[in-house]
Write a protein that binds this ligand. Structure first.
Ligand code: ADP
Ligand code: MG
Length: 709
C-alpha cells in the first residue's frame, strides 16, 4: 500500500478515511505501483556504482566516476552565457565542474574550501578533466555495499523516494515460490551464460536485481541475460500465458444468446440488395462468425482485414443475424467522423429491412442534443433500436440495452480494454454476455496473435474487392513541395479529389492546429479556383461533419486534414493523398492514412513528403518506414515490417494500452523461455490451479481482469 511505504506522512488529514495522496503517491499509483509486490517487481533500468571513490588521476575519460575533492575555485561567468565554473582538487589531480543552471544554495555548497562527493562522467578535453552537471553533496558518509538502482520513473516521482519505497516494500513482501520446482524452466536456459547451477529462486533473483554486488558483470544485467533476469522473464511470460489460458477457460463457462438464422433471412435480403457480391474471403469470414453466433458461449473474434477489404458489410451481416434472432446489436467506432459514416451506410442498408419490422438504427455520440439523446436512449431501452451505432457514448452507464446480443468494435486497437469490458457487461442483467466482434485494419502478425491472444479467435479477410487499382506511392523530399502542388492542379481540374495530411507535432495539439491552418492558407493561395477545406480535431463535431459532407459531395476539391481522417473514412472519389512530414508518422499510421485513397476505380497515388530537418538526413527507422510504404501496399507485410523495425513490445504497446505488456521478456529473443511458458501454463492450470491463480495475481494484480476483455 502506498500509505505504508510513504516515509513522511503529511499533516493530519481532516477525513482519515480518505487521506489525500501526495503527488509522489499519485505517481506511484499511476505507474501501477500499488501493492508491495508491484514495487518489488519494478526493476531497475540501470545501476550507478557508488560503492567506491575513484582518485582523479585514475579516472578514465568517458567513465562515470565518484570522487571526493575540495573546491579550490568557484566562479559565476556571464559570457557567453551564465554558468558556474568550479574547480576541485582531490590531492591526485584536478577537475573542472560546469553548471549551466544553479540556485543560490548551490553556490553555498560549492564554495571554496568545501569538501564534496561528486559523481559524473569524466571528460578529457584539452584543458584537463571536466564534469558537466555532476551530482554533488558533502563529502563523507558511508559508501553503499551494493550498486545503486536507477528505476524507470516519472517527473512527479523522485528517484530517491521511489528507491526508498521499493527497498521497504522488498523487505516486507513475502515471496513464496509459485512455480513448482519440477516445472521450472530447463536449467540450460539459466546456466548457459554464467555456468551457475540451477535456476535462481524468485526471492534471490529479486533481491539481487534491486541491489547487485559491485563485482557483477554489468553487461549481463543490461542485456537481461543474467540468470536472475532469466528467472524474472520466465515468471513474467508464464503469468501472461496463464492469464490467457485462464481467460479462455473462464469464457467457455459464460453464456451468450444463441443467434440462429430466422425465417426472414435478413442477411440474405441485404446481400441481394447490395450493388456488389461478397468476395470469397468475405463469405468465409461471415461463415466463421455465423458459426460462433450459433453457440451458447460468447464469441470473442477479431476480424482483421486490410484497409478497404470490406469489413463493414461483414459487420452488417452479423448484425442482421443478431436482429433476426430477436436481439440488438451495438457498433462502436473510435471517432465521431467514422461512427457517423458507419451510421449513414448502415441506415441506407438496413432501414429498408428493419422498418417493416418496426425496428430502426439509433445514433449515440458525445456531441448530441439532450433531447435527441434521450429519444435514442429510450429506443435502445425499449429494444426498438435494433442496431445502435456510435462512439464511446454507446458504452456509457445510462445506455441500457433491452437485449444486447452482439457488440461490434471497429478499429478495436484504438480502444482500451476497459471499453471492451464495459460493452461486454451490457448484458449482465440477463446473466449473459453479448458476442463480441472486434475489427481491425492493423493486422497482428501471427506469432504475436498466438502469444498475446490465446483467448481470441481470428478471422482474416485476405482479399480486396475486385476492381481496385493499386495505389502508387512516391517518396519525395519536401524541398520539392512546390512541384507537387503544381502537379495537383491538373488533377483537381479533372475532378479528382485530394487529401493533404498535415504533420503531426508530438504532444502539441495547438501547433498541429496552427500548422494545418497555415497549410490550408498556403494551398488555397497556390491553387486558385480550387475549393480547399480544412479538418482538424479541435473543430466542433457539427463543423467537422459539414466539411466531411462537402468533401464527400465533391464541393471541396482538396481537404487539408490532421490525422482525424486516419481511420475508416470512405470517400471513393478521393484518389490522391499527400502526407507532409511523413517521416514523423508510424508505419501503421501511414498505411491507415494511405488507405483513404484507392477505394474507387480511379488509379490512386500517395505522395510521402519528407523533411530531413536540421540534421540534414533521415533517421534510419524513418527511412525504413518510408521505404516499406513505397515497396508494398499489403497490410500484413506492413505489419511484419513494423514489427521488425520497432520490436514486439512497442508494436503492441501502442495498440493495446492496458493489456498485459511484457515489461522484461522479449518475444523476439526469449524464444526458449516463451516456448517453456506456453507448454507450462496448461499443465500448471490443470495440476496446480491455486498456485496458478497466485502467480497471475502476483504479476498482473488488478490488471488480470483486463485480460479477459
Ligand atoms: P474496411 O475493411 O476498410 O472497413 P469498408 O468496409 O469501408 O472497408 O469497405 C470499403 C469499400 O468497399 C466500401 O465502399 C464498401 O462498400 C466496398 N465493398 C465492400 N465489399 C465489397 C465487395 N465485395 N465488392 C465491392 N465493393 C465492396
Ligand atoms: Mg472500416
Amino acid at each position: 500500500m502506498p500509505a505504508r511505504s510513504s516515509p513522511a506522512p503529511t499533516a493530519a488529514p481532516a477525513k482519515p478515511a480518505t487521506p489525500a495522496l501526495s503527488p509522489a503517491q499519485q505517481a506511484l499509483r499511476k505507474l501501477g505501483l500499488v501493492r508491495d509486490i508491484d514495487l518489488a517487481l519494478h526493476l531497475p533500468l540501470r545501476y550507478e556504482d557508488e560503492t567506491r571513490i575513484t582518485l582523479l588521476k585514475n579516472a578514465r575519460e568517458g567513465e562515470v566516476a565518484q570522487i571526493e575533492a575540495e573546491v579550490v575555485s568557484s566562479e559565476v561567468q556571464q559570457r557567453p552565457r551564465r554558468l558556474l565554473k568550479v574547480v576541485v582538487d582531490d590531492g591526485s589531480g584536478r577537475c573542472e565542474l560546469t553548471f549551466f543552471s544553479f540556485y543560490p544554495s548551490h553556490l553555498k555548497t560549492l564554495a571554496v574550501g568545501a569538501r564534496l562527493r561528486l559523481r559524473g562522467e569524466i571528460r578529457g578535453g584539452f584543458w584537463g578533466r571536466q564534469m558537466l552537471h555532476p551530482a554533488f553533496r558533502q563529502a563523507g558518509g558511508e559508501l553503499p555495499q551494493a550498486l545503486t538502482p536507477v528505476y524507470p520513473t516519472v517527473a512527479q516521482l523522485p528517484q530517491a523516494y521511489l528507491r526508498r519505497a521499493i527497498a521497504s516494500a522488498l523487505q516486507r513482501v513475502a515471496l513464496p515460490e509459485t512455480i513448482p520446482a519440477p516445472l521450472l524452466p530447463p536449467l540450460a536456459v539459466f546456466d548457459r551464460q554464467t555456468g551457475l547451477q540451477g535456476p535462481w529462486m524468485l526471492r534471490d533473483a529479486l533481491h539481487f536485481l534491486h541491489h547487485p554486488q559491485p563485482d557483477v558483470a554489468l553487461a549481463t544485467l543490461e542485456d537481461h541475460s543474467h540468470p536472475a533476469w532469466q528467472r524474472l522473464k520466465a515468471e513474467e511470460l508464464l503469468a501472461q500465458q496463464l492469464s490467457q489460458h485462464a481467460a479462455r477457460q473462464q469464457r467457455a463457462r459464460l453464456r451468450a444468446p444463441v443467434l440462429t438464422p430466422g425465417a426472414q433471412d435478413l442477411p440474405g435480403q441485404l446481400q441481394a440488395a447490395l450493388p456488389f457480391a461478397l468476395t470469397g474471403a468475405q463469405q468465409r469470414v461471415v461463415a466463421e462468425i455465423n458459426a460462433d453466433l450459433a453457440l451458447a458461449r460468447p464469441m470473442h473474434r477479431l476480424l482483421q482485414g486490410d484497409v478497404g477489404a470490406g469489413k463493414t458489410v461483414v459487420a452488417a451481416l452479423a448484425a442482421l443475424r443478431a436482429i433476426e434472432a430477436g436481439w440488438q446489436c451495438a457498433l462502436m467506432a473510435p471517432t465521431e467522423i467514422l461512427a457517423e459514416q458507419h451510421f449513414g451506410k448502415l441506415v441506407d442498408w438496413l432501414t429498408p429491412l428493419l422498418a417493416p419490422l418496426g425496428l430502426q438504427v439509433a445514433w449515440l455520440a458525445g456531441a448530441q442534443k439532450k433531447k435527441e439523446r434521450a429519444a435514442m436512449l429510450a429506443l435502445v431501452e425499449s429494444g426498438a433500436a435494433a442496431l445502435v451505432v456510435g462512439t464511446h457514448a454507446v458504452i456509457q452507464e445510462q445506455v441500457q440495452f433491452a437485449r444486447l446480443g452482439l457488440a461490434v468494435i471497429d478499429e478495436q486497437h484504438r480502444f482500451g480494454v476497459a471499453q471492451r469490458l464495459a460493452l461486454r457487461q451490457k448484458l449482465s442483467h440477463q446473466g449473459m454476455e453479448p458476442h463480441l466482434l472486434m475489427m481491425s485494419a492493423t493486422p497482428i502478425p501471427r506469432t504475436l496473435a498466438m502469444t498475446y491472444y490465446a483467448d481470441l479467435d481470428v478471422s482474416t479477410i485476405d482479399e480486396l474487392p475486385p476492381g481496385r487499382t493499386p495505389i502508387v506511392t512516391r517518396v519525395i523530399a519536401d524541398s520539392r513541395k512546390d512541384e507537387v502542388i503544381a502537379r495537383l492542379a491538373p488533377q483537381l481540374a479533372a475532378g479528382r479529389q485530394v487529401y493533404w495530411v498535415c504533420p503531426l507535432i508530438e504532444e502539441s495539439e495547438a501547433l498541429d492546429l496552427s500548422n494545418a491552418t497555415a497549410t490550408h492558407a498556403e494551398l488555397a493561395a497556390a491553387l486558385p479556383g480550387v475549393q480547399v477545406g480544412l479538418l482538424h480535431s479541435r473543430m466542433a463535431a457539427a463543423e467537422k461533419k459539414a466539411v466531411m459532407q462537402a468533401f464527400k459531395d465533391g464541393a471541396l476539391g482538396l481537404l487539408v486534414a490532421t490525422t482525424v481522417i486516419e481511420v475508416g473514412v470512405d470517400v471513393p472519389n478521393a484518389s490522391l493523398m499527400v502526407i507532409e512530414h511523413a517521416e514523423r508518422f508510424g508505419l501503421s499510421q501511414l498505411h491507415q492514412l494511405r488507405g483513404r485513397v484507392g477505394r474507387g476505380a480511379a488509379a490512386s497515388a500517395c505522395v510521402l513528403l519528407y523533411s530531413v530537418g536540421d540534421s540534414g538526413r533521415l533517421g534510419e527507422s524513418a527511412r525504413e518506414r518510408l521505404q516499406a510504404m513505397a515497396e508494398t501496399t499489403d497490410g500484413f507485410e506492413i505489419a511484419r515490417r513494423d514489427l521488425e523495425i520497432r520490436g514486439p513490445g512497442e508494436f503492441l504497446g501502442a495498440r493495446q494500452s492496458g493489456d498485459a505488456l511484457l515489461r522484461f521478456a522479449d518475444l523476439a529473443t526469449d524464444t526458449v523461455l516463451l516456448a517453456w511458458a506456453r507448454e507450462t501454463a496448461p499443465v500448471m492450470l490443470a495440476q496446480h490451479p491455486q498456485l496458478a491463480r497466485e502467480h497471475i495475481a502476483r504479476w498482473l494484480g488488478g490488471r488480470a481482469d483486463f485480460l479477459k476483455a
